[in-house]
Design a protein around this ligand. Sequence first.
Ligand SMILES: [Zn+2]
Ligand SMILES: [Zn+2]
Length: 296
Amino acid sequence: MATFISRNLLWLALSFSIGCFTLAFQQGWNLELAVLAATVVTLITAITIERWLPYRADWNQPLDDRATDLTSAAVLIAVIDPLLKLLGPLAVVGLYGAFGWQPGESPVAQLPLVVQILLASLLIEFGRYWSHRFHHVVPALWHLHAMHHSSRRLYTINVMRFHPLNYTLNFVIGALPVMLVGFSAEALISYLAISQPVLMLQHANIDLRSGWLNYLFSSNELHRWHHSRESALANTNFGNAIVLWDQMFGTFRYEPDARWPADHVGLFANSRGYPQSAGYLRQLCVSLGCQRSALE
Ligand SMILES: [Zn+2]
Ligand SMILES: [Zn+2]
């Protein structure tokens, strides 16, 4: 049973999410709700499985981080996400209104849905790739992104530990341009159907062995490299859910049989003054420069 889950959970989660989207599309149901339902099922499944099939048993022990991770998730889900969902379409309406266009008249909206899904997914991932890479090399952006890398263990919930500004910039550079170009809402939601199951498993403390899927999707096997304390290892696998752009730009890293030292995960040497064990508000504050010396 453990071997079956280890080898198959990623593609089962992907199939379930895409299946829910397809069924909702055919039946005329609410597509966002269908993707949300599949996301919640994958999230609960991941949290349950990591208790009895952990990649590292010690990563199931809290390190004064659970409250910070849960607070960050609550802020992003309850405040930042709804705001972006409101402001994104408003930006589209404003832009198209200024030129006297109708959003549905955009040339890309006339493309077959499958082509739109493919193009929208690649473009969003392109923006997310460069947003993430810039957050690693531009000091002011790294101060924001350090919050995500301050985790000293990887488990399902800390996929949502992001500074709100980091999260917003990811949206502005990744999804917003694709919305402005005029891709249909169905194409944008289908990207979520593909990316959400990957993200729900990306930090999961589960010993997944997803094989060839690691060459396509940013699995937890790849993302562990990204959370290394060694910057040369961490500056790899920037893709959000897909690793095509990592393959193209030479930052893809996959070593199926690699062995990790116990303290592999955490901040780089030049950022270890960052308050890794601090609460959410203090981390927010430090990322914004309240105690800049902690990061230099
Ligand atoms: Zn990163
Ligand atoms: Zn991460």
